[in-house]
Design a protein around this ligand. Structure first.
Ligand code: DQA
Length: 149
């Protein structure tokens, strides 16, 4: 299976960014953990992070051209207002799982709404970096089940 892990703005600062909320692990360290799982299970993968909405949309569109089977996406602050990222995920019809390190539903009101969620199969929020692993496992299970039907 081909799985892409896409991260949005300010997640390049993980490790130093509000560690009380987002933890002390860097994005590279998180990606290495996810990579270990992906390699162990024989998946093809790519990690991508951008601070810009257009680049995130281009990457989602590229996933279609590259026949990606599943996307794990943490759209960061774009979660709460980017209809363009919502539309991009809908447009490519690739199963996607939305991930948030923090428990967005227990934080400020503006974080409680995700405009991306309706374009995704599901959302994982509040489990820190483990959320990425859970998302990859969910895609692995669901897409392989679909392929054996
Ligand atoms: C986040 C939650 C968002 O509200 C915030 O803007 C982020 C990170 C998370 O992973 O918890 O940048 O997506």
């Amino acid at each position: 299976m081909k799985i892409w892990i896409i991260n949005g703005p300010n997640l390049n600062l993980l490790g130093t960014r509000e560690p009380d909320i987002y933890g002390t692990e860097t994005l590279d360290a998180i990606n290495r953990r996810v990579q270990d799982y992906l390699i162990k299970h024989g998946h093809i993968y790519e990690f991508f992070q951008s601070n810009s909405e257009g680049q995130l949309i281009d990457k989602i569109q590229e996933a279609y051209e590259e026949n990606v089977d599943g996307i794990v996406i943490n759209p960061a602050a774009y979660t709460h207002y980017s209809y363009a990222i919502h539309d991009a995920i809908k447009s490519v019809s690739i199963p996607a799982v939305e991930v948030h390190l923090s428990a967005i539903h227990s934080r400020e009101d503006f974080r409680k709404q995700s405009v991306i969620a309706p374009a995704c199969m599901g959302q994982i929020s509040g489990f820190g970096a483990t959320g990425y692993l859970l998302a990859v496992q969910a895609l692995d299970t669901i897409v392989s089940e679909r392929n054996t039907l």
